[in-house]
Ligand binder design. Structure first.
Ligand code: ADP
Length: 775
């Protein structure tokens, strides 16, 4: 239904425009047609008038010619012997009448063949001095023009010629004589014109009026005859009234009934209007045909219809285009709105789907996620987060978070200061990774250890804020502790027989005389046992570096380095060393101590025999692109004057168990630098070695720095690590005691634990106990 409406709307514009176009064109055509018809009608009327005028003029002219001719004839009838002078006077008016097309007027008399000489004499006597009558053919009677008056310049009347030469003349003379009235001849070419070229010859005719005396018994005397050239006559007559717009044709009906065109008079144009009408000339009926090009008749045709047609067409086109633009413009706009709305709907659905997906992900994952805006107002907290925090109620005031959620440092008793909380650090632009926090509140009275990653909110979120991801690591930590206890038990079990063997070897040594060759072997046994003991310690340290929890705190590196060097050189006086000003770092105290101990230990160890070791520890602060806006990265360098490391070996010495060829002469396991690399990488830093410009090697590590005014904890090695180790040690002692009790209770002969030769203190893999290089 809606779609049908849409379709109707889409076609409404074009249909409307087409309607306007059709109507406009129709009206234009009708108006132009009407104008054209009116013009046509006017042209017909003008043509009728023109034709009537032409006909009237032709008739009037012929009547006038005839009247003149008859008047002259009547005058001649009164004279029994008409002299030349009398003829001249009588025919004078004809010359003055301006008879168009008239060639000549003549006085014609019938003469019997026998009378020709006598008649010639008589007419010469009456005035026709040069008259010579020339009979044409043998006949009873001949017709001679004895007097003639030229009516057209250049025409010389054929006086004395026998008119029997032209049958048309003979006929008309006979006819007029018979009917006693003026008669008109058939058309013919004048005798005098017959010598002209055919194109210039004209059809002509004559009017003949018989002359009868006025006696009681009228006596026939002859004829008065008027010759006319058809074309000259008609052009003269029509020329004045047609004003060059009428074509004319004069059709005569000859004595035998045939129609002969006397004259066909043309005018320029393409004639489309024709009129014809008969009229009588003497005893004949002639027809006048007129034609005209309606375009040339005045007022009959103008450019108006064409203008109306073109103008109307243009206007209609313009109007329909406007209508189309307006109508479809609305439709277009509506279509655009519909498209935009549809796109919006799709986008809305997509974003709703995304939001749903995000919500589902947040609900499904086991890690807690919490998002706050820049004021600390909680925007998002997923179910896992609520579960971990033990409370459904979000708190929007960071200063209350400690009490509200029960947030403590990893020792589980020290309340965590708000500025150390990862979310708050992230709000200040400082990412905080794997920060360990204990949550203890009414809902979670047993306490839960969580590891928190805090990050500033990505700018694509469109608002400032921070996000925290946290997970429960209580079990993980318990497992790690168990692992360390297990490692401690294994170490204890391995080291007990070692201690026994060591003890027995030393006793044997004491018992042997100094020069005994066995002494040397026993000394080797003691050395091997020591190396094995060191190896066990180192492997434990390696495990610790990987698995032990990372608890970074601000540390005074210089103090730590000094402690290490002093411990390592307590029993030597050949070592020189210096420690430059070292900026504090954010690091795990136990691990940093491992690191420094390994690097400084190597620096003291790898020197050529006889060379006094010289160790320099210094540092520089690098660009502030690391953790903390003001902390940046700190580079700590340990340089020595030892044997150095070949370039080819440099990339490999940080791999486990890799030792250089030259190092074979020195005690070692090849694990120390691998432990260092692991510690540095767990802090996000790097470790590498270069040649020391004055000889020897220069190791450097990068570690996160801390702002200069931070309170440092490095001096007492960090209570947390101590606590942790104490807990592990206690667990280990418990585990060993339990196992001894079980073995005793079993009372199985031969399965008692071997007792060490002398009291061996229980040694945990503590960093300060690692002395691999003293073997
Ligand atoms: P270890 O010292 O037990 O062999 P390390 O992992 O500490 O193992 O060192 C690996 C190797 O790197 C050494 O065997 C030695 O070849 C080389 N090395 C380490 N420190 C130095 C040093 N300061 N000078 C020269 N060579 C060193």
């Amino acid at each position: 239904m809606e779609r049908r409406k849409d379709g109707e709307r889409r076609f409404a514009g074009p249909l409307l425009a087409a309607g306007v176009l059709l109507t406009g064109l129709l009206v234009t055509v009708l108006v132009a047609g009407g104008l054209r018809a009116a013009q046509r009608e006017r042209a017909e009327r003008v043509m009728d008038q023109r034709h009537a005028a032409a006909l009237a003029t032709v008739q009037t002219e012929i009547a006038r010619y005839r009247a003149l001719l008859e008047a002259v004839a009547a005058g001649a009838a009164t004279h029994r012997e008409l002299t030349w002078d009398e003829f001249d006077v009588a025919s004078e008016p004809m010359a003055d009448a301006g008879l168009l097309g008239a060639t000549a007027a003549a006085y014609v008399v019938p003469v019997r063949t026998a009378d020709i000489p006598a008649e010639q004499r008589r007419w010469r006597g009456l005035g026709a001095a040069a008259l010579t009558l020339r009979a044409a053919e043998p006949a009873d009677e001949h017709y001679f023009a004895v007097y003639a008056r030229t009516l057209h310049e250049g025409d010389t009347p054929a006086v004395g010629t026998d008119l029997r030469n032209a049958p048309e003349l003979t006929n008309v003379l006979a006819e007029s004589r018979r009917i006693h009235a003026t008669a008109v001849s058939d058309t013919y070419v004048l005798l005098s014109d017959r010598t002209m070229p055919a194109g210039r010859q004209q059809q002509s005719f004559v009017l003949a009026t018989p002359i009868w005396s006025r006696a009681n018994t009228p006596e026939f005397r002859g004829w008065m005859m008027l010759g006319l050239r058809g074309r000259d006559f008609l052009s003269g007559v029509l020329g004045t009234i047609s004003q060059g717009q009428l074509l004319g044709r004069l059709i005569a009906t000859d004595s035998d009934g045939s129609q002969v065109t006397v004259v066909d008079w043309s005018a320029p144009g393409d004639p489309d209007l024709t009129r014809s009408a008969p009229f009588t000339v003497g005893d004949r009926t002639w027809t006048l045909v007129t034609q005209a090009d309606s375009a040339r008749l005045p007022g009959a045709r103008s450019q108006m219809p064409a203008l109306v047609l073109v103008g109307g067409g243009l206007l209609t086109g313009l109007l329909s285009w406007l209508v189309h633009v307006l109508a479809t413009g609305r439709a277009r706009a509506r279509a655009q709105v519909e498209v935009a709305t549809a796109e919006l709907r799709v986008a809305e659905e997509e974003s709703r789907r995304q939001a749903g997906l995000l919500g589902a992900v947040l609900t499904s994952i086991s890690d807690g996620v919490s998002v706050v805006d820049e004021t600390g107002r909680v925007l998002v907290e997923n179910p896992a987060g609520k579960r971990l925090m033990g409370t459904d109620e979000a708190n929007d005031h960071p200063e209350q978070w400690q009490q509200h959620y029960g947030v403590f440092r990893p020792d589980g008793v020290t309340p965590m200061p708000v500025e150390e909380m990862p979310l708050i650090r992230a709000l200040h632009g400082e990412p905080a990774d794997q920060v360990e926090v204990v949550i203890r509140n009414q809902q979670r009275p047993e306490g839960v250890l969580i590891s928190v990653d805090g990050r500033p909110l990505d700018p694509s979120a469109g608002l400032r804020g921070a996000v925290a991801v946290f997970r429960d690591i209580t079990d993980l930590r318990r497992y790690e502790t168990d692992l360390r206890v297990f490692a401690g038990v294994v170490a204890h079990d391995l080291k007990a027989p070692l201690a026994l063997a060591h003890g027995h070897a030393e006793v044997a040594l004491d018992d042997l005389p100094p020069e005994s060759p066995t002494r040397e072997r026993l000394l080797r046994i003691v050395g091997s046992i020591d190396r094995m003991d060191t190896m066990i310690e180192t492997l434990l340290a390696y495990t610790t570096a990987r698995n032990a929890p990372l608890r970074p705190v601000p540390l005074d590196v210089a103090a730590l380095a000094r402690q290490v060097i002093e411990e390592r050189t307590a029993h030597r006086d050949d070592v020189t060393w210096s420690i430059g000003p070292l900026p504090p770092v954010q690091a795990d105290p136990g691990m940093l101590r491992h690191l420094l101990d390994n690097l400084i230990g190597n620096a003291l160890k790898y020197v050529r025999p006889g060379v006094a070791p010289h160790v320099v520890v210094d540092s520089s602060r690098l660009a502030p692109d690391g953790p903390g806006e003001s902390g940046g990265w700190v580079r700590i360098e340990v340089a020595d004057n030892g044997i150095g490391i070949p370039d080819a070996e440099k990339p490999h010495i940080f791999e486990t168990f890799h030792r250089t060829e030259e190092a074979a002469r020195y005690a070692g396991t090849g694990l120390g630098l691998a432990i260092c690399r692991r510690i540095v990488e767990r802090h996000g830093g790097e470790i590498d070695v270069t040649d020391n410009p004055g000889g020897g090697s220069r190791f450097f590590v990068t570690l996160p720095g801390v702002p200069a005014d931070t309170v440092l904890e490095g001096r007492d090695m960090g209570s947390t690590a101590e606590n942790d180790d104490a807990a592990v040690r206690a667990a280990l002692e418990r585990a060993l005691a339990e196992r001894a009790a079980i073995l005793e209770a079993a009372q199985l002969p031969g399965l008692g634990m071997p007792q060490p030769a002398r009291e061996q203190p229980l040694r945990m893999p503590r960093p300060e106990k690692q002395r691999q290089d003293q073997a």
